[in-house]
Design a protein around this ligand. Structure first.
Ligand code: NAP
Length: 476
């Protein structure tokens, strides 16, 4: 392959670069961005790394995506803070790629631009009724309970409904199910946004359905997260035992995958333990398999609001991908009543001007992180000095640590570089546009304020969730 050879010739380990200053810009301050910055700083003592983020605070998915009851996952921010405090590293919060500065401007100012801004949009189902009120993407809901300033006004209705349906059975689904079903006294000790905690304290949601288009063998979650949901205090768990029967094709999948076997065991155990009916007022979780959403049903009483989901029963068929079975509709339908729907079917990256994108795969076309000019392997050229890392590079899958390997894999060029404007050029450009960048020291003011506010409530942090407030505290 031509690209492979070209990339091999141009690339070599970053550690062997000469001692000339190298201006690096990393866009996105989540795990992929910080691991990349750390790698750059360690590998070359002359590298100057600027990390841009459209939010006034760093850490991306660690702050806005990781569930509030998973504090151990957030410890990695200590490591990222040390990276940001390195004298050769600068953080530019409140700087948006596309509106504050364009990709071509960044490429003119820096030798290396690494895009690590993740996946901030949602896959859609494309079925009738998807626009009804009461239907949200999982991302919006997660951002809401994590205090992301873009979703602090979301106000999902948890008060006038008793049933929620979550479509998809990945780990994000399990995070949301825990937040909806865990006792709020437990959530109160976390860094959950206070607006979300208040709404959950008043929530009337008692039943949560997790709907998967395939079977228990294919559920996309992991064992630790499943155990946590099944272990929620005083929760009635319903799993249809018939769904747990496996076919030879399922057995083949199980044989090759220890995680899938563990999930199947946990679900099988949960299906036969516990009571056969919920006790009055008990919260319930229902695992629904072999059902795909066909359309959303509008309410007669509340015009424009969702009242249910029509599901089509599915069977599994061998797919084009060997060893992977696909769900196929059977033409049999059933309706599931609900007042809240959360579509947890995966995230999607947002495009920026001048960046090639493979719409089919939902990633920037790349060879080991080097951006290619188009998705077609035969026609693609390597885009000099432009790289991707994280979800933008490989799609919205994997845990935080996956980004460490992803950053490691990204190859960097050995090119004779010209002197570039770098940090100074960026600052001048932002000043000329009246963009008020938030440096890391200003984030530390936000951080202190959040911790101080939390000290009165025995929680780790009370997040500031509004743009004005965040910028105001940052500017103090
Ligand atoms: P995911 O793991 O890809 O799960 C997506 C789910 O949506 C799957 O069940 C998938 O079913 C289903 N789906 C996709 N398209 C659908 C459609 N058109 N109709 C019906 N169902 C559809 O994605 P995720 O849950 O958003 O998680 C993203 C990544 O973050 C994952 O790698 C996850 O492990 C990670 N994460 C980890 C943690 C943690 O470690 N605690 C927490 C949150 C997220 P199919 O399998 O049939 O496609």
């Amino acid at each position: 392959m031509a690209i492979y050879k070209a990339a091999k010739l141009l690339s070599r380990s970053f550690s062997s670069l000469s001692s000339r200053p190298l201006r690096v810009c990393v866009v996105g301050s989540g795990p992929a961005g910080f691991y990349t910055a750390e790698k750059m700083l360690k590998a070359h003592e002359e590298a100057e790394v600027d990390i841009l983020d459209r939010l006034p605070m760093p850490f991306g998915l660690v702050r806005s995506g990781v569930a509030p009851d998973h504090p151990e996952t957030k410890i990695v921010t200590n490591q990222f803070t040390r990276v940001a405090q390195n004298e050769r590293c600068s953080f530019f919060g409140n700087v948006s790629l596309g509106s504050s500065v364009s990709l071509s401007e960044l490429r003119d100012m820096y030798h290396v631009v690494v895009l690590a801004y993740g996946a901030e949009s949602d896959r859609v189902l494309g079925i009738s009724g998807e626009e009804l009120a009461g239907i949200h993407s999982a991302r919006e809901f997660v951002w809401w309970y994590n205090g992301h300033p873009d979703c602090s006004n979301m106000a999902p209705d948890l008060k006038s409904v008793d049933t929620a349906v979550i479509l998809g059975q990945g780990n994000v689904t399990l995070d949301i199910a825990r937040v909806l079903l865990r006792p709020t006294t437990e959530l109160a000790k976390t860094d959950i946004a206070s607006h979300a905690l208040s709404a959950l304290e008043e929530s009337s949601i008692r039943k949560v359905y997790l709907v998967g288009r395939r079977g228990p063998v294919q559920a996309a979650c992991t064992a630790k997260e499943l155990r946590e949901v099944l272990g929620i205090k005083d929760l009635y768990v319903h799993i249809d035992e018939d769904d747990l029967r496996t076919t030879p094709a399922d057995e083949e999948e199980l044989k090759n995958n220890r995680i899938r076997r563990r999930i199947h065991e946990l679900l099988s155990k949960a299906a036969i333990s516990g009571t056969s009916h919920p006790s009055p007022g008990q919260r319930e979780i229902h695992f629904v398999f072999f059902r795909k959403p066909d359309k959303f049903i509008g309410s007669d009483e509340r015009s424009g609001h969702v009242a249910g989901v029509r599901l089509e029963k599915t069977i599994l068929k061998e797919s084009v991908h060997p060893g992977k079975q696909a769900a196929e509709g059977t033409g049999q339908y059933e309706d599931l009543e609900c007042g809240l729907v959360l579509k947890s079917i995966g995230y999607k990256s947002v495009l920026v001007d001048g960046l090639p994108f493979d719409l089919q795969k939902g990633v920037v076309p790349n060879y080991r992180g080097r951006v290619l000019s188009c998705a077609s392997e035969d026609l693609a050229q390597v885009e000099e000095g432009l790289y991707v890392c994280g979800w933008l590079k490989r799609g919205p899958t994997g845990i935080i640590a996956t980004n460490l390997y992803c950053a490691e894999e990204t190859e960097h060029p050995h090119l004779p570089w010209q002197s570039q404007a770098g940090r100074q050029g960026l600052q001048q450009l932002l000043d000329s546009r009246n963009v008020r960048a938030v440096p890391f020291s200003a984030w530390e003011k936000i951080d202190n304020e959040e911790k101080q506010r939390a000290s009165l409530r025995s929680k780790p942090r009370e997040k500031l969730t509004r743009w004005e407030e965040l910028l105001e505290v940052a500017a103090k």
